[in-house]
Design a protein around this ligand. Sequence first.
Ligand code: MRU
Length: 349
Amino acid sequence: MRRISDLKPVKWRDGKVAWIDQTKLPWKEQWNESNSISELAKAIKRLEIRGAPAIGVAAAFGIAVSASNAKSDLKAAMGSVSRDAKVLGKTRPTAVNLFWAIERMLKKAEDLAADCVSLREFQDSLASEALSIQKEDIDSNMRMGRLGSKLIKDGDVILTHCNAGALATGGYGTSYGVIRTAWMEGKDIKVIATQTAPLYQGARLTVWELMRDRIPVTLITDSMAAYAMKNAGVTKVILGADRILMNGDVANKIGTYGLAVLAKRHNIPFLVAAPVSTIDKEGSSIEIEQRNPDEVRKVLGKLMITSPEVPVMNPAFDVTPSELVSGIITERGIARAPYRPSLNKIAYG
Ligand code: MRU
């Protein structure tokens, strides 16, 4: 059996959150640690911690940190948990896992407060709830990996976008989980990774993960995707999601929609892998995060590559309509069109 690396990008360290700073990868493996909610919120906004499920796990640990920081009594702890939940909820608007995790932690905190538990029990129970969120995410990723791998055949050339690996999750990966499971099972596959401008999560992070696992990868610029589909034998597109509506529309890293259109044109299956926590059971529209224009004007905050005054568009995500999605791999099964009944069964099943 081939071996793969083990990585949890966010960790609970006795009242503090530790995270690998993803803005420093692949050059440096730097771990940061804090028990300050404003520092954690800043790390999420700056994409030191990024990827929908990883943001959810980090926010859950943040709520546990907030409880641990309380020194006086249960009432004060509940007050700081509610305040800090608001701060964490304002970090990034698109990935629904953030709101899902905060809601779950708040519900746990309210139940504990209603039971008038001791401050110590409140703190310990919130820490173990956050750890469960992380463990469940990893377990879901592994189940998705096994289910999704059944769709992968020897000889597949898989195009992926952004980073949906261990770094983007509790650990293991969603779409990358499918790829690495297929690889571990001995399948002969190759991956084509897009750079993913403007922040290069594909070039910096996905390539780093693939190379650690020794999975064959070729890097392309985002604009080479059509060429790769036409000339480089791409057989599947598999990527992650930040939010999935019940009608099957998928929000993911900017450029995903274009890849879906291209996949349709070339008759290539376009597959999304995401845990049930990424499904937005109530929403009917998706807020797209608009990021700092300088991310487009400069290369990774350094080299200015255009006129500093030029107006810029910088949406971090786009929405792929469900009609372009061939299947959504979740830990509870693979949803197919028509998506509403299929996702209903998965989300409430
Ligand atoms: O802006 P990012 O890097 O947080 O965007 C991440 C993505 O778009 C991922 O593809 C998505 O969160 C799926 S991660 C399992």
